[in-house]
Design a protein around this ligand. Structure first.
Ligand code: BES
Ligand code: MN
Ligand code: ZN
Length: 497
């Protein structure tokens, strides 16, 4: 679907020619302007061709050049262009193409000349934007099925054939990254009655088959045999059986130093006996957002095939109420052997993560990233655009920061001071306590999870605020964002170097 044509862009037969323009160019798009006998320049001067970063202007060419329409993509000031600003600017043009039901488009390479960003990054950003921005969520309407039109073909028009391979490869990588996030978005959007732990496991099975990954799906009896008392406690109130999904991607010759991605897969969080209120409970189908981003990342990894080893571990269950459910004051024993006093059944995410992390460690995880819609506290602390991070290892954290800088997904570190680590270990009756109170509770949750990572390099991502967007944005619709699927994939790709 990506091709490269050595051709003069004014002679390209296409419905839609994409053309980047900088804000402060003297004579923007000279070749084009000549074809229009200087009229484009007049439009710019009259303010009718806005060229600010992210602005898209569509122009009919009236046969003055061969392309039927030109979509000008405002790139902002040339020296200020970043991978992030490109991704957003192209996001807008891909949305417009989708609205206009354009199936084939071309891009004038010359119009992107002189960028302070390498071709590899530019075209990765464009591929990401193409997958992410026009994405439409699955719905269950019976009367109005959504026929979203996807761009089937993008042709790069350029003079220099030498860059062709790099460009096409970067586009493919970018698109795979974006598709990984889209996989996560669809999973999160699927309601809890449909996206049960069993359904999540079969979906993962499908991804594994698509890429020939090794996959193991542990059922309740196996969890019992392994002593996964924390995961099983959360599942006890449910009629839906739990699953532990374990996928392996081996990109190196030998299975050495695998990175473990551990994603919280609570398919619906009622809070359990520490029941959520009637407002707080709505939307809790999204509580498997960490699992979704992990599965999305595995899909992208399967497509991109980096030379790295990864294991995904996903504890999946809902958190329900029944005569069987776990309760405050219960004491449970986790797979690690550590005992836990339950103070709040709504602090369930850290419990399922605890056993999943122990499992990953026993299976030889060299480094761990856990990802979870873990706390309302992280929303209070950082809002809805920034993912909260904690770590026990600065070097491992900087790999994640580097990947996040690359994908434009914002993260910010919360402290992991020793007194926090002590607080989660304060209980009159057990080794740990699952909810020491409201103060700093995003950090308490992370510190609890960290107690199970022990000395293994660990990064914790709390995506409770970032997993859902409250409005349409440059790179997608209101609703599930698939946040961190791209960053996780990048972390793994960077392990290959
Ligand atoms: N799944 C929730 C966290 C959450 C809240 C995600 C809002 C998305 C939006 C988590 O299981 C939870 O209930 N956390 C509690 C912890 C508390 C009981 C210590 C919270 O943050 O209120
Ligand atoms: Mn909860
Ligand atoms: Zn939860």
């Amino acid at each position: 679907m990506y091709t490269f044509n050595q051709e003069d862009f004014t002679k390209t037969a296409t419905e839609a020619l994409l053309f980047g323009v900088y804000t402060e160019e003297d004579r923007p798009f000279q070749t084009l302007d000549e074809a229009f006998s200087g009229e484009l320049q007049e439009l710019v001067e009259a303010g009718d061709l806005p060229l600010g970063s992210g602005q898209v202007t569509k122009l009919h060419t009236f046969g003055k050049v061969v392309p039927k329409r030109i979509y000008f993509v405002g790139l902002g000031k040339q020296e200020e262009v970043t991978k992030d600003s490109l991704r957003k600017a192209f996001g807008n043009v891909f949305k417009q193409l989708s609205k206009d039901k354009v199936e084939k488009a071309a891009l004038a390479l010359e119009s992107l000349a002189g960028l302070p960003v390498s071709n590899a990054l530019v075209f990765e950003a464009i591929g990401e934007a193409q997958a992410l921005a026009p994405f439409v969520l699955n719905t269950y309407h019976t009367d109005k099925p959504k026929n979203s039109v996807e761009l089937a073909e993008l042709t790069i028009i350029g003079e220099n054939q030498d860059v062709k391979e790099d460009i096409v490869q970067a586009l493919h990588i970018g698109f795979a990254l974006g598709e990984g996030a889209n996989v996560a978005r669809r999973l999160v959007n699927t309601p809890g009655n449909i996206m049960t732990a069993t359904a999540l496991a079969s979906f993962a099975q499908g991804i594994a088959e698509k890429h020939s990954f090794d996959i193991e799906i542990l059922e309740k009896e196996e969890m019992e045999a392994l002593g996964m008392g924390a995961l099983l406690a959360v599942n006890r109130g449910s009629v839906e059986p739990p699953r532990l999904i374990v996928m392996r991607y081996q990109g190196k010759e030998t299975w050495e130093n695998p990175v473990a991605l551990v994603g919280k897969g609570i398919t619906f969080d009622t809070g359990g006996y520490s029941l959520k209120g009637k407002d707080g409970i709505v939307g809790m189908k999204m509580d498997m957002g960490g699992a979704a981003s992990t599965i999305g990342a595995m899909d992208a990894i399967g497509t991109i095939k980096p030379k790295a080893n990864v294991m995904a571990v996903i504890p999946a269950t809902d958190n329900m109420i029944s005569g069987n459910a776990f309760k405050p004051d219960d004491v449970i024993t986790s797979m690690s052997g550590k005992t836990i006093e339950i103070r709040n059944t709504d602090a369930e995410g850290r419990l399922v993560l605890a056993d999943a992390i122990t499992y990953a460690k026993r299976k030889g995880a060299a480094k761990i990233i856990d990802i979870a819609t873990l706390t309302g506290g992280v929303i209070v602390a950082l809002g809805n655009e920034v993912t909260g991070v904690m770590t026990n290892n600065d070097e491992w954290f900087s790999s994640v920061q580097e990947a996040a800088d690359d994908t434009g997904e914002l993260i910010w570190q919360l402290p992991y001071f020793e007194h926090y680590q002590k607080q989660v270990r304060t209980s009159h009756i057990a080794d740990l306590n699952n909810s020491p109170g409201r103060a700093g509770h995003a950090i308490m949750a992370g510190a609890f999870v960290g107690a199970f990572a022990e000395d293994t390099p660990w990064v914790h991502l709390d995506i409770a605020g970032t997993a859902m967007a409250s409005a349409d944005h440059d790179l997608g619709p209101k609703g599930p964002t698939g946040v961190m699927a791209r960053t996780l994939t990048k972390v793994v790709m960077n392990q290959a170097e």
